[in-house]
Write a protein that binds this ligand. Structure first.
Ligand code: ACM
Ligand code: ZN
Length: 501
């Protein structure tokens, strides 16, 4: 009896204490804002009565903030257009206050929080910062009010291109999961989603002109077990995105200030397409949608005009669908063994007058012909998006690729250095620092199995995207950075989230 009453008494005291001590926001967040200045004095109190006042074109941003507060505290905030109110939260555009895009400032006073941005994206990133600063509720007893210390937070990006890549080809990823990935990106101020849509092991984007690509090419009849041994399961695996679904995804991303960059990987990594159209390969097949990992020797036949027009037609549909200023055309890991023996490819080399030299083989230059031809298709469609350009993996430097192509430096930073010196724009995504499909811990017995490697979070943070080998002028070609998640050994979305987080 005595014991029970003591427990009750303790519970009462605890409840009373919790009521008095409101949870407090903490501005130590990732990514860390450039400037955080705290002021003494009474904090701002966020409660269900707080109203978000937004300038006319920031309505969606206001809704996002209200939704985030609802996720955390279980109550949404009312949103209404700003009319000079001096309380609540105010969202404003104020380009004159900033000297670069996507910048923001948050000013917290006892009566009002103002988030002003150089543009809507800036306001959106300010909202992400505010949201991440809010105290996390771990109990069901949601407090009605929390406190935000007064002060000023200012932030702006170092790079215009802040990318995350995802491979839904090795293992298919449903659209709802892709949307969660986009939400994770938005939370970290990432603005470029590199969507790798074609592979040896599965074709993932509906192309109206070539329906077999998804009828046949989107499915494989089993998958190699473990690290590319000789055992296979017999489970049919696959899936694809319709163009309508992708339009919906593009809109979802755009609301979160994310551009989607579609990748059609060519002329290598094309075995799923060859399984549908075997005459587009050098040997004529037959080919299967690949059940193994690795680099396939079977690639598009560069000497076959039909295969080249196929690639152009696919790109044209992709360009019609995606408003992205960048279209990724792959170019990585394209073995030349078939081309060396293929009469059509050799005839094309002759026709084009291609010669090998001390640096590159004639087949390397044949790949440049393919990449430059595809780049022209993309650049010719600049009417809808001015200055539209291709991105390619760093192998496309082997030969004479056009200077307009943006180089994605993945085998290290050396490709990026060479590219910047040659005048290409560059995105740094070296596997030494930014391949998030690698182990995050050395204790791999307690990690979900993955491709290998060891890439702890400290190493990611250490990455310095502007190599000292480059002059300040050349460094301007480094437009940004990107982390990649390949999914050979990541069969489930929870694992994708684990690797990204
Ligand atoms: C790549 O990792 N093959 C670009
Ligand atoms: Zn060929």
């Amino acid at each position: 009896m005595k014991k029970i009453s003591f427990a009750l008494f303790a519970a009462l005291i605890l409840t009373a204490c919790t009521k008095q001590q409101l949870p407090v926001a903490n501005y130590d967040i990732i990514p860390q804002p450039k400037e955080v200045r705290l002021d003494d004095g009474k904090p701002f109190e966020l409660s269900p009565k707080t109203i978000i006042h937004y300038e006319a074109n920031l309505q969606r941003e206001a809704q996002f903030l209200s939704e985030y507060v609802n996720d955390i505290f279980g109550y949404a905030l009312k949103t209404q257009e700003y009319q000079g109110q001096t309380d609540g939260i105010v969202l404003k555009l104020s380009p004159a206050d900033f000297n670069q895009a996507e910048a923001y400032e948050i000013n917290i006073t006892p009566k009002q929080i103002t988030i002003k941005g150089a543009d809507a994206a800036g306001v959106f990133y300010g909202i992400q910062t505010l949201r991440k600063s809010l105290p996390i509720q771990t109990s069901n007893l949601k407090p009605q009010t929390s406190q935000l210390p007064c002060g000023t937070i200012r932030d702006w990006p170092n790079f215009a291109y802040r990318g995350m890549h995802l491979d839904p080809c090795r293992h298919f990823i449903d659209l709802d999961s892709v949307k969660i990935y986009l939400d994770m990106m938005a939370m970290h101020n990432m603005n470029q989603f590199h969507f790798h849509l074609s592979e040896d092991q599965g074709w993932r984007i509906e192309i109206k002109k070539y329906p077999e690509l998804t009828e046949i090419g989107a499915y494989r009849n089993g998958t190699v077990i473990g690290h590319n041994g000789n055992l296979y399961d017999t489970i049919r695996h696959g899936g694809f995105y319709t163009q309508d679904e992708l339009r919906d995804l593009i809109q979802y991303a755009a609301e979160r200030h994310i551009n989607i960059i579609p990748e059609i990987d060519l002329p290598g990594h094309m075995q799923a397409a060859l399984a549908c159209y075997p005459n587009m390969g050098c040997t004529g097949g037959p080919y299967e949608v690949w059940r193994r990992w690795g680099v396939s020797d079977d690639v598009l036949c560069a000497g076959n005009e039909e295969a080249m027009q196929f690639a152009e037609n696919v790109l044209n549909e992709v360009i019609d669908l995606f408003p992205s200023p960048y279209i990724h055309i792959g170019g990585d890991e394209c073995p030349k063994v078939r081309w060396e023996k293929c009469p059509k490819c050799q005839a094309k080399i002759k026709e084009l007058g291609i010669k090998g030299d001390g640096r590159f083989s004639k087949e390397d230059y044949l790949q440049s012909y393919v990449m430059n031809r595809m780049a022209k298709v993309v650049e010719a469609r600049g009417r809808r998006v001015i200055g539209r350009r291709v991105i390619g993996w760093d192998e496309i430097l082997e030969g004479n690729v056009s200077e307009t192509a943006i180089i994605m430096s993945w085998r290290g930073i050396e490709g990026g250095i060479e590219a910047a010196q040659k005048g290409h724009d560059v995105i740094m995504t070296p596997l030494s620092h930014l391949y998030f499909d690698y182990y995050q811990s050395e204790d791999i017995a307690n990690e979900p199995a993955c491709i290998g490697g060891y890439l702890p979070v400290e190493r990611v943070y250490e990455f310095q995207p502007l190599p000292s080998e480059l002059t300040p002028e050349e460094q301007k070609h480094i437009i940004g950075v990107q982390a990649n998640i390949w999914t050979e050994y990541i069969a489930h979305f929870w694992h994708v989230q684990y690797m990204a987080a």
